[in-house]
Design a protein around this ligand. Sequence first.
Ligand SMILES: *Cc1c(COP(=O)(O)O)cnc(C)c1O
Length: 480
Amino acid sequence: MTDFDLSPDELRRLGLLAVEAVATHRAELEARPVFGKVGVRASLFDEPLPEEGRPFEEVLAFAREHVLPSPFGNSHPRFFAFINASADPVGVFADLMAHAMNPNCWGGDHAAIHVEHRVLAWLASILGLPRETEGILTSGGSMANFTALAAARVAMAPWDIRQEGVGAAGQPRLVVYASDQVHNCVDKAVDLLGLGWKQLRKIASDDGFRMRVDLLGAQIAHDRAAGLLPAIVVGTAGTVNTGAVDPLEEIAELCQREGLWFHADGAYGGMAVVADELGSLFRGLESAHSVAADPHKWLYVPYEAGACFVREPGRLAAAFRRPAEYLVQDAESPLLGPPGFNDRGPELSRAFKALKVWMGLKVHGRRAYAERVRRDCALAQFLAQEVDRRPVFERLAPVGLSIVNFRCRPDGMSERRLDALNRQVVNRLVAGGGFMLAPTVLRGRVSMRVCIVNFRTTETDLLALLDETERCVQQLVGGR
Ligand SMILES: *Cc1c(COP(=O)(O)O)cnc(C)c1O
């Protein structure tokens, strides 16, 4: 029989084994394939539920042999897919301690709650949001956007939408606006909030993949004339495809004029304002009614940590508060403390996600983050220059923050064959183990998209990517 409780000495002994596994994982990271595809080895995990336990050492050894060597790859300097950051080791250890404390972070006057409120205040100040802004840490950007849009839905419906529902008799439909580059978590939120995709308008973007505010204004007028209720505009502060930042200030002004809720999705780009010189790109963000951010992207916090902010106090509670007799505290209760997070989002039990963000910010300081962000963006510029210099490549979008879009374009190939070739090249690069990329599609063309949110990536890694890509193209079309 195993003992669930462990003495401090036993904790030390096993903990050192786990820390050794962490350090070895890091030491061996770059010698292994970037993306740890499991493939046929999946059968290793196919075992029946254990009836009897095994010693910790034995299970740890299996994990070291079969789990740790097959990562998603985002801690590797040559991981360029999606927007997945390298994990800050400070956060790894913070999470260990947070889970050792295991507080339930729905509310109460205990340290974790104060740490979370402090982290939210710090992040809000980076974003330039006013002091009274309220927030909540979420699992990620998707939940941060959902939470903010839930607040917006309640604020913008002229009836009691929580009581009556979205389809209340005699009430108009709420309409949500975003660019055609919006992240699909906004589509999901619109669905989950009962608003319906028919009421989500995707406004065309310009050559720089930024929302066309003239078209936005026209669409709002059109919807009003049709008896609908234009309610929310989602501006993206760093799109997932190209890193484009919508004209946030113009959107803010239009929302002000039209009486709409302006939500800014800063899951990727929001935290980039920590680098002062990027601030002008984000002008208008500070006047959004709500902002989604994602510390597990540009603050390099290990998964999961997102953040939702709503500037007007009480708006989150108006959307989420639902008193229950087992949670109500009398005025004398020692548990009573800062505002509870269960009144600011859909969850009750919540992990202590704030510790890893708080420790990272304290250990590194704001300036170090600014330097990292600046460096990731500079690496993207370096890659774009190199792409532009080599004749086999064609760039498909302006560099947005730290994202570069390009494709291989050998002479005399049809668009269809180019798409197929570029997908093939990406698959080869990933299968070869040296790089991780995920293609996207821009204006109908397949793009090899490179995103750098990684404190380990260097210029050498980017040159190696282009060299290897050229070799792949040579192999695939060289003999024509
Ligand atoms: C990453 C991202 C999201 C989703 O965030 P998750 O943390 O992956 O849930 C939403 N919007 C944008 C612009 C993003 O880049």
